[in-house]
Write a protein that binds this ligand. Structure first.
Ligand code: BGC
Length: 248
């Protein structure tokens, strides 16, 4: 079966039909730039554009970079604050002619895809996927079941919101070397998360996972195994499609 997934990110909104058997995109994805400011109306219009590009008429899964309960947005750390309290499912559904819409947190979507088709396949115990990018997203699994909206990117680290120290945006904004970022920022963050949850496995996602060889070998003193995500850029779209399929 094919479903449709859309990934709402801080810089781009991308989507494609998803092949659920292979856990891969069924067609090349279509991407539009995220409007700035990323208001509900502007973003919903872009989602509609991506869906229309494929002439899609079935269920649609959508990721959002914040806490989502039901289909209502509860937090918006890196998108316009006017999202808070908006029923994203209803808003987007209206724009795409009433097609069924499922909305979930972006890291949760990526995690679900990785646990089924990627680095977490068949893994039991506690597994934590962390997406490192503009912010830090988290998806926590216990024996393959997701605990949604864990928001571990906002743990406090030395008096700071952790994502402002250990995300790849922090690395870029502060012009940190791989070594400085890996040892002084990411390592400390992982140690803190490990202290709280004692996971068996960390999966590192986000664009930076492509460069895992630059920083994972520098990480020390973490008991859990640490591996890069396998689905990389498409994990969010695939996970969104999987979530949509559950509503059919
Ligand atoms: C948000 C999370 C999101 C993460 C990655 C954080 O700032 O609070 O909900 O998963 O960024 O986009």
């Amino acid at each position: 079966m094919n479903v449709f997934g859309v990934d709402i990110g801080g810089s781009g909104i991308k989507g494609a039909p998803v092949d659920l058997e292979r856990g891969a995109l069924a067609e090349e994805r279509h991407k539009v730039l995220t409007p700035q400011p990323a208001t509900p109306d502007g973003v919903a219009g872009c989602v509609a554009e991506v869906v229309a590009h494929f002439g899609w008429t079935g269920p649609v899964g959508v990721t959002f970079p914040g806490v989502v309960t039901g289909s209502t947005v509860r937090t918006a750390a890196n998108v316009d604050k006017s999202w808070i309290g908006v029923d994203a499912g209803a808003l987007i559904g209206d724009r795409i002619g009433g097609l069924p819409v499922t909305v979930l947190n972006d890291a949760d979507a990526a995690g679900v895809a990785e646990m089924t088709f990627g680095a977490g396949r068949g893994r039991k115990g506690t597994v934590i996927l962390l997406t490192l990018g503009t912010g830090i997203g988290s998806a926590v699994f216990v024996d393959g079941r997701l605990v949604p909206n864990t928001e571990l990117g906002h743990l406090e680290l030395k008096g700071h919101d952790a994502e402002t120290r250990a995300s790849t945006r922090a690395k870029e904004d502060e012009d940190l070397s791989w070594e400085h970022w890996a040892k002084k920022r990411l390592n400390k963050y992982l140690a803190h998360v490990e202290m709280l949850f004692s996971p068996e496995l960390f999966i590192i996602g986000g664009g930076v996972s492509r460069k895992a060889d630059r920083f994972l070998p520098l990480i020390e003193g973490i008991r859990a195994k640490i591996v890069p995500a396998e689905l990389q850029n498409n994990a969010g779209i695939v996970g969104a499609g999987m979530a949509a399929a559950q509503t059919v």
